[in-house]
Design a protein around this ligand. Structure first.
Ligand code: NAP
Length: 344
């Protein structure tokens, strides 16, 4: 049976979200339907409501935790009442090499996003987790590990995944000096994870007021990235810089901070890279990009978080505060992830 769902949708590019009801599809054989309890507010939601949006009404939200209320007849991994989580990808071709390796976010036919994407089976546009319920194929559903606050687990599904995957890819760990650039939703988890992996961690922030927090999150050092003198002191020392900044910003000083052969990995989504090529050539340095991890990496990431007691630092908000939270996120005023409490 389809289900009438109340959600929070943007009705125009850059507009506020408002309550909206839509018909959610019948459960397909491998589908899990769950009541959303908590949903993180990612900077990608701002980009998506704004310049990236394709179809309105647009229901954002891709950091979801909830409780299963229905399963399709072929579902084997989950049952009613289970606590589950879903991230930014809800489907993929499953046949290309990345999909077969559990790296569905890199699907060669482009993975299906949790919202504002064409469903692969003709069931319209996908809708996200700013909603009462979400439905998703069990391949993209994760069991929420016991012992962690479920509201603070929600941001792990996107923010956590997006920093964990490149930290692993570029071997962050003992003996490595790793910088995390931008201490927001992604960045604060990057600091925690890079520290737990055993790296020497340096937080780069434009917000001097975040310096003490960055140290408390696990950074060994803090650099004010808008201060040219402090940046000049960083020359040639980083194996990896993980850049989470969502806007165009000077990257040449960051490249200059890389050690010979080092990598600046951008996971933020600026419109363009502001970098002088000579800075790359001198020192055989690389600029790379990364997206959220696939299902295999996400399961590993959740186990890693359980082992190290890592969750997001969150501000829990009610449904009525979603637009205020979006405005505050745009103004860099959050410590360090808004999570909507949909249980109230
Ligand atoms: P966020 O919570 O807003 O954090 C971004 C941080 O970047 C801010 O807290 C701020 O840190 C710094 N910053 C913001 N504007 C800046 C500017 N103009 N110049 C320099 N620094 C600035 O955002 P988020 O949710 O972490 O997301 C960050 C970016 O990652 C977004 O573009 C998002 O779309 C993208 N993202 C990508 C993926 C992926 O798959 N690759 C997944 C999730 C998110 P300080 O105050 O410390 O300077």
């Amino acid at each position: 049976m389809t289900k009438t769902v109340t959600a929070y949708a943007a009705f125009e590019r850059g507009g506020p979200v408002r309550p909206w009801s839509y018909e959610q599809r019948d459960a397909r054989p491998h589908d899990v339907r769950f009541e959303v309890m908590y949903c993180g507010v990612c900077h990608t939601d701002l980009h998506s409501i704004g310049p990236w949006g394709r179809s309105y009404p647009l229901v954002p939200g891709h950091e979801m935790v909830g409780r299963v209320i229905e399963t399709g007849p072929a579902v084997t991994g989950f049952g009613e009442g289970d606590l589950v989580a879903v991230g930014p990808v809800v489907d993929s071709c499953r046949e290309c090499p990345p999909c077969q390796a559990g790296l569905e976010t890199m699907c060669l036919t482009v993975a299906t996003s949790a919202y504002d994407a064409e469903d692969r089976h003709g069931d319209g546009i996908t809708r996200g987790g700013f909603a009462e319920t979400v439905i998703c194929d069990e391949r993209f559903v994760y069991a929420v590990p016991g012992g962690l606050d479920p509201a603070a687990v929600a941001p792990l599904l996107c923010a956590g995944s997006t920093v964990y995957a490149p930290l692993k890819q570029w071997d962050a760990g003992p003996g490595k000096t790793v910088g995390i650039v931008g201490i927001g939703g992604l960045g604060h988890l990057g600091v925690k994870m890079a520290r737990a992996l055993g790296s020497h961690v340096v937080a780069f922030t434009t917000s001097a007021a975040k310096a003490d927090d960055a140290l408390a999150l696990g950074a060994h050092e803090v650099v004010i990235s808008s201060d040219p003198e402090q940046m000049a002191d960083q020359s040639n020392r980083f194996d990896l810089l993980l850049d989470t900044v969502p806007a165009v910003h000077p990257m040449t000083p960051l490249v200059q901070a890389l050690a010979t052969g080092g990598t600046l990995c951008s996971v933020g989504m600026p419109d363009t890279f502001d970098v002088a090529p000579f800075a790359l050539v001198l020192g055989r340095k690389s600029i790379a990009g990364a997206g959220a991890g696939g299902t295999a990496e996400n399961r590993e990431m959740l186990e890693f978080c359980v082992r190290h007691g890592i969750t997001a630092d969150i501000e829990l908000i009610g449904r009525k505060d979603i637009n205020t939270a979006l405005d505050r996120l745009a103004a860099n005023d959050v410590k360090y992830r808004f999570v909507i409490d949909l249980t109230a």
